[in-house]
Write a protein that binds this ligand. Structure first.
Ligand code: C2O
Ligand code: CU
Ligand code: CU
Length: 468
């Protein structure tokens, strides 16, 4: 099987249940005769020297692979957006909307007040510019930004209104972490997209797609499919964002080499944790270190048991390899927050087949999202314990304006990948989280909490809260 057949067959196989047998994926990659296209990083937009960030949401036309061009959208380009590098301090921000419909720009994971959060209460009308005076004050982390218009988030993100943010303090050298953008520090946006027989990227969710979340039949990394990530023969940092609408990955390398987890959604761990699989739900990020110094370069796969290929790696001995051993410690500081909580709340993520006729019954605590209803009122500076429960399927739960710790998952300790600071957590059952609410949000510009399966969010599995 050559690469083209692999792509075609993976497309059709993925269309069914997301399955591609491990062996054929591996062989298909290995037998590729022609050198594959090299994976490109998103362009970088470094705001550190200027203290300014200018984004424009704009229309584009993009063809994927050799399929016909389709209408897409992006920030400062035709599809997806640049990787924004920011540091702590003031950031004069402007986002202009050059599209024909309202968009918003939510800074997912940024600790900013509700008025600057870019959620559904801050639409940017066509032709308008939004100027939130951001003041960055948080630990280094990999965040992201995306549109967040109620009932339009899924489609707008799908067609490209999303990008990655690096909050950095310039201390990665001291930490012994790779930091060469696109060389030994790769930013990888994982997204599945659905292509029709003509090779056109499509988004036409059926009621079943809404129930399960819209799944694609082709993997795209940074908007590219079938590309190979070329890395030096040393330690490489992978910043992974699950930017998919609904697909949940359980990532692993086909040669079972370990992944050394160094950061979760909202910052570094105290020390790397070696894991063999990494679960990453929509909205979640993870940073891992991988040692590419030995052996043939592996394939990053997902879903052990019914595995499919996500990204092929290749090594290039001429690339500079600056980091040759794993750091023993990082400087992530975790607060456990246990015992500090003043309030406990129940959050039930509701959906039901019974309610399918009435739109699927997507709700939180029995109420579908209503922009005019405030669901919780949180005291500024207080710590709360939220007990989250999923119905029907595992829902990735996200809270704006905070970072949280996971206390329990299904009554036990959290998975390794959930032991650091988080802002999004897959809940296959139930979980308890603790958060301190340090950012204010008024009733006019409240924070959201919601399922990050974007079809569920748009269908009503979202609530909002004030912090005063
Ligand atoms: Cu990434 Cu409310 O979203
Ligand atoms: Cu968010
Ligand atoms: Cu959900």
């Amino acid at each position: 099987m050559n690469r083209r057949q692999f792509l075609t067959s993976s497309a059709s196989i993925l269309a069914g249940a997301g399955i591609l047998p491990l062996a054929s994926a591996r062989n298909a990659f290995a037998q590729t005769g022609t050198p594959a296209q090299r994976l490109a990083m998103p362009p970088i937009l470094d705001t550190r020297a200027t203290g300014r960030l200018a984004l424009q949401a704009q229309p584009g036309r993009t063809s994927f692979g050799d399929g016909p061009a389709v209408v897409t959208a992006g920030f400062n380009q035709s599809y997806l957006g640049p990787t924004i590098v920011m540091q702590n301090g003031e950031l004069a921000t402007e986002v202009t909307n050059a599209l024909a419909e309202p968009v918003s720009t939510h800074w997912h994971g940024l600790l900013a007040p509700g008025s600057h959060d870019g959620g559904p209460h801050q639409p940017i009308d066509p032709g308008a510019t939004w100027r939130p005076p951001l003041n960055i004050a948080q630990d280094p982390a990999t965040l992201w930004y995306h549109s967040h218009i109620h009932e339009r988030t899924a489609e707008q993100v799908y067609f490209g209104l999303a990008g990655v943010i690096h909050v950095t303090d310039g201390q990665d050298d001291a930490r012994g972490l790779p930091s060469g953008y696109g060389v030994d520090d790769l930013t990888l946006v994982l997204q599945d997209r659905r292509f029709d027989r003509a090779g056109r990227m499509v988004y036409e969710p059926s009621m079943m797609d809404v129930m399960h979340g819209f799944l694609g039949n082709r993997m795209q990394i940074n908007g590219q499919s079938g590309a190979t990530a070329v890395v030096p023969e040393g330690i490489v940092r992978l910043r992974l964002l699950n930017g998919s609408n609904a697909r949940i990955y359980t990532l692993f390398f086909d040669d079972t080499r370990p992944m050394h987890l160094v950061a979760t959604d909202a910052g570094f761990l105290p020390a790397p944790i070696a894991i063999e699989t990494l679960r990453l739900a929509p909205g979640e990020r993870a940073e891992i270190l991988v040692d590419f110094s030995a052996g043939p370069a592996p394939v990053l796969m997902s879903d052990p048991g019914q595995a499919y290929g996500v990204l092929q790696f290749a090594t290039d001995g001429t690339l500079p390899s600056r980091i040759t051993r794993l750091p023993e410690r990082l400087d992530g500081i975790l607060e456990d927050l246990i015992g500090a909580e003043v309030t406990t709340r129940q959050v039930s993520l509701d959906m039901g087949m019974g309610g399918m006729m009435m739109g699927g019954g997507f709700a939180i605590n029995g109420s579908p999202y209503d922009m005019r209803r405030i669901d919780f009122e949180v005291a500024l500076g207080s710590v709360e314990r939220w007990h989250i429960r999923s119905s029907m399927v595992a829902h990735p739960f996200h809270v704006h304006g905070v970072r949280f710790r996971v206390v329990t998952e299904n009554g036990g300790p959290p998975l390794p990948e959930n032991t650091g600071w988080k802002d999004t957590l897959l809940v296959p059952g139930e979980a308890e989280i603790l958060a301190r609410f340090d950012q204010p949000a008024s009733a006019e510009t409240p924070f959201m909490f919601h399922c990050h399966i974007l079809e569920h969010e748009d269908a009503g599995m979202m609530g909002q809260f004030t912090v005063t």
